[in-house]
Ligand binder design. Structure first.
Ligand SMILES: [Mg+2]
Length: 126
């Protein structure tokens, strides 16, 4: 089973995505914020990270920078609504910081599962 770390401050989004990814065969460790998420990633065994961009405290862009610095090969998927950071599109910033894929909310968890499988398969075949 593939282990995913999911970080989103919105409990409804977090629960919905965790449930959907679970149905798609993923094991999901969910965190409500960047600090808790980073602890999970540092704990090991995580094969991909899904993170919200807009969060109180350490935001998604900062988290992506931290994860990418520690684990450059770990796939990261950034998820965001139409949020704007300093006048720029949050998902554009996510790509710059090292996210491997970005998705705009709302989306189906099954679509995220497809993206994760593609990233994980590409990594396995690299
Ligand atoms: Mg948020």
């Amino acid at each position: 089973m593939r282990h995913i770390c999911l970080i989103d401050d919105d409990i409804f989004v977090r629960d919905a995505i965790a449930l959907g990814l679970g149905d798609a065969g993923f094991h999901v460790a969910a965190a409500p914020g960047a600090a808790a998420g980073l602890d999970i990633v540092k704990g090991g065994g995580v094969e991909a990270v899904v993170t919200d961009m807009s969060m109180p405290g350490t935001d998604g862009a900062q988290l992506i920078t931290q994860v990418h610095a520690l684990f450059p090969d770990l796939p990261i998927v950034a998820i965001s609504g139409s949020s704007v950071i300093e006048g720029r599109d949050a998902l554009e910033i996510a790509r710059e910081r090292g996210a491997h894929a970005v998705m705009t909310k709302p989306f189906r968890a099954s679509a995220l599962a497809v993206v994760l499988n593609e990233l994980l398969n590409a990594r396995a075949n690299a």
